[in-house]
Ligand binder design. Structure first.
Ligand code: GDP
Ligand code: MG
Length: 729
């Protein structure tokens, strides 16, 4: 059955919409303490009063003049889908600011039920709110709620349904606020014209349209231009008004409108809505905590400590389950190898599927621990403080304080992943800062690059593993910031967005909430392993296996094997010393390795690697490294496993990584400088395929292609420079 009513939950970010949505629908949902977490629309159906009602959780928004994609999405839903009622979830702690949105709903003429949420905190702070008085003054139902406890939800829903029933089909009378003489005059004039021409009035109140023209709302303007030539006239009137306001009051109509809306609100609140208890604590807990945590000197120190602690915890705790996962895949591989006859199918399953997917899943425990820490900090309210403190620094690089989250998730603390990192950039409000963040987040040391660094460090800087990793991590940050600065002064030029993120009060996170949050992030990563990486592992396996060795070469290897096997039999029969026997067995293994290497060189991937050698040798990479790097575009995890194959070791498990690094150190193709060059290239070159797809989804294919081309050229130039200069020393 189609739900009879649609009711939307709207409100500022962090007002408790999602919590309320969960309380109503019982569905599992994202709960966050970070402004703008709710990016996508979520729906659920409930039955109440014998009616079936569709509930929609809208993205958080401060204003109906959209500044971000989320805000635009929220407004479009209210304007275009016309829900039967809107429940405006208001954080009662910040009543004045929250009502800013409420007032705009009233101006738009949508049926609104106000939910005064977080009343538990208000009561604790000993502030008295008179919700009946507020309902009188606003002329809409006002219900006190505590979304976390489900308090008030039934009454709120009941009011909304009643409201929806009364208003089915008919329009409400929009609230009319006075914006001062100048604007009011222009508004009236425009309203008359709009009504006369029936300009978009089928879905919007005339005065609201006029207001949006004065505010210069891009989206409404674009619609208007398509709708009627009247648009030109309205734009001309608004321009004239803007000029007039500028000369007479030295401000913009937008600012005036905001001032008057706040004035409207504060006059309402002053009429007996808010009463503070005299014994109210002057500085509440959050304020006192912020005195320390965001202190000019202590704040950054504490922040570094928190990041460092998270780093330590992630590795100390994450390593244990990581070992289990690795053991499991090692066991799986061995079992399959033992159970199946040698051949292409076995090779496909073990090398193509188990190794490929196992390599990615091996990082899952580490990532879950890290995401657990991040979710905790976010729900606690600390992430917002980090963004706030870092904004000063990030602004210098053309970024925004909120860029810190995408950076950290992408691998700002080694072990992240750019896929959820790029997605996390959705919360950035300004499109330019968002784009710069998306394009530079892939420079950080994601969990798939770390094994490459560990391998090379073990081979060439055996004493300094941790220091090398630390340097690389800092290098990733430095490159991300520098390149962001460059991009923001060239291809993504534009003014910075002023920092508008507020600091929500600290809250002790719900353990369950943190777990759900952690799982949702981890799941994105696991999905990547299950789908794209599986497909790509198989493709790569094919590219590295076919067309196989020519008949005569394969025979040569076979002959050698037969010969050695014969000798072994003879030695055994002669009961000679065990050392000679072991020697021979080593030789036999060596033949297998040589054959694997020859097969690889002859394969499609090997030929590509060889063809690239003339160019790549500038940076010190030979054909084997090339294959690994080309494979790394599919998924960076592939680099180490491919190096393993290419350097004649068959498969590489972490225990064998030591021997692979010994191999690399001994190989004449590798020097200290080519290792450094390879580290630089791996850190900076094209993001992996999955990240590219996500970038395309967030910013379009043009920018996705840009990041592949630009990053690869940048990485190659730097690697070449370092290799050439270093080698000539
Ligand atoms: P949204 O951004 O509007 O969807 O807000 P969320 O539902 O994610 O809630 C933000 C934070 O406020 C979460 O930490 C919730 O647990 C918390 N929260 C929600 N409602 C209440 C409430 O009524 N009282 C208290 N104390 N906390 C609440
Ligand atoms: Mg939400």
């Amino acid at each position: 059955m189609q739900p009879e009513f649609t009711i939307a939950l709207a409100g500022n970010p962090n007002s408790g919409k999602t919590t309320m949505f969960n309380a109503l629908t019982g569905a599992r949902q994202h709960v966050g303490n970070y402004p703008g977490v709710t990016v996508t629309k979520k729906e659920g159906v409930v039955n109440s009063q014998g009616k079936s009602v569709k509930i929609v959780d809208l993205p958080g928004t401060y204003s109906l003049t959209p500044y971000s994609e989320e805000e635009l999405a929220a407004r479009s839903f209210v304007v275009d889908e016309k829900p039967h009622a809107v429940i405006d979830i208001v954080d009662a702690n910040t009543l004045e600011r929250s009502l800013y949105l409420t007032v705009q709903f009233l101006e738009l003429g949508v049926p609104v039920v106000v939910a005064l949420n977080m009343m538990d905190e208000v009561r604790r702070r000993k502030i008295r709110l008179d919700s009946a008085r507020l309902a009188d003054l606003l002329n809409v139902p006002v219900i006190e709620t505590v979304a976390r406890e489900g308090e008030g939800k039934q009454e709120m829903l009941k009011e909304a349904i009643e409201f929806a029933q009364q208003n089915k089909g008919s329009e409400l009378n929009p609230v009319r606020i006075s914006y001062g003489e100048d604007i009011d005059k222009a508004l009236d004039e425009m309203e008359q014209k709009i009504l006369a021409a029936r300009f978009m009035t089928d879905r919007l109140p005339a005065r609201w349209i006029a207001l949006k023209y004065i505010e210069g709302d891009e989206e409404v303007l674009a619609r208007g231009r398509k709708a009627d030539a009247l648009s030109m006239e309205l734009e001309a009137t608004s321009h004239k008004l803007a000029k007039h306001v500028r000369t007479t009051l030295d401000t913009s109509p937008e600012a005036l409108i905001a001032d008057h809306r706040y004035g409207f609100i504060s006059s309402i609140l002053r009429q007996g809505v808010v009463k503070k208890d005299v014994t109210q604590e002057r500085i509440n807990f959050s304020d006192r905590l912020d005195k320390v945590l965001t202190n000019t000197f202590l704040g950054p120190l504490i922040m570094l400590g928190v990041i460092y602690g998270m780093f330590q915890l992630t590795f100390a705790v994450g390593e244990i389950p990581m070992g289990w996962v690795e053991e499991f895949f090692g066991w799986l591989n061995a079992s399959v190898t033992a159970a199946m006859p040698d051949g292409l199918l076995r090779s496909l399953i073990t090398s193509g599927i188990i190794d490929g997917v196992g390599g990615v899943l091996g990082f899952v425990p580490l990532i879950l621990v890290m995401f657990f820490c991040l979710s905790f900090l976010e729900d606690f309210g600390y992430m917002a403080r980090m963004a706030y403190m870092l904004d000063r620094v990030f602004k210098m690089f053309g970024l925004h304080g909120s860029s810190v989250m995408p950076f950290i998730i992408s691998g700002g603390i080694p072990g992240g992943c750019a896929v959820p990192g790029v997605m996390a950039a959705r919360t950035l409000r300004s499109p330019r800062e968002k784009l710069a963040t998306i394009l530079t987040a892939p420079y950080l040391s994601c969990g798939a690059k770390v094994p490459v660094f560990v391998l090379l460090a073990a081979a060439f800087f055996p004493q300094y593993g941790a220091d090398v990793l630390m340097l690389i991590t800092l290098g990733g940050w430095a490159m991300a910031l520098i390149v962001a600065r460059v991009l923001r002064s060239t291809v993504i030029k534009g003014e910075p967005t002023p920092f508008v993120m507020e600091l929500p009060p600290y809250r002790i996170p719900l353990f369950r909430g943190v777990l759900i949050h952690t799982w949702e992030r981890g799941w994105q990563y696991i999905k990547k392993a299950g789908t794209v990486i599986l497909a790509i592992s198989i493709l790569l396996w094919a590219a590295m296996t076919f067309p196989g060795l020519p008949e005569n070469q394969a025979q040569q290897f076979e002959q050698q094997r037969v010969q050695i096997s014969q000798t072994i039999d003879e030695v055994k029969a002669a009961d000679a010393n065990p050392e000679a026997l072991a020697n021979l067995e080593d030789k036999l293994a060596q033949v297998d390795n040589l054959e694997a290497e020859a097969t690889l060189k002859n394969s499609a991937a090997g030929r590509a690697g060889t063809a690239l050698e003339s160019l790549s040798s500038l940076a010190g990479f030979d054909w084997r490294t090339n294959i690994a790097l080309v494979g790394g575009f599919a998924a960076k995890e592939v680099i180490v496993s491919t190096l393993g194959t290419a350097f004649s070791l068959g498969e590489v498990d972490p225990e064998a990584a030591d021997s692979l690094s010994a191999r690399l150190a001994a190989d004449p193709a590798f020097t200290v400088w080519s290792a450094i060059s390879l580290i630089i290239f791996t850190l900076l070159y094209a993001p992996c395929f999955v990240t590219v797809v996500v970038i395309a989804k967030e910013a379009g294919w043009k920018w996705a292609a840009f990041s592949v081309g630009f990053n690869t050229v940048l990485a190659f130039s730097l690697a070449t420079l370092v290799y050439q200069v270093g080698s000539s020393l």
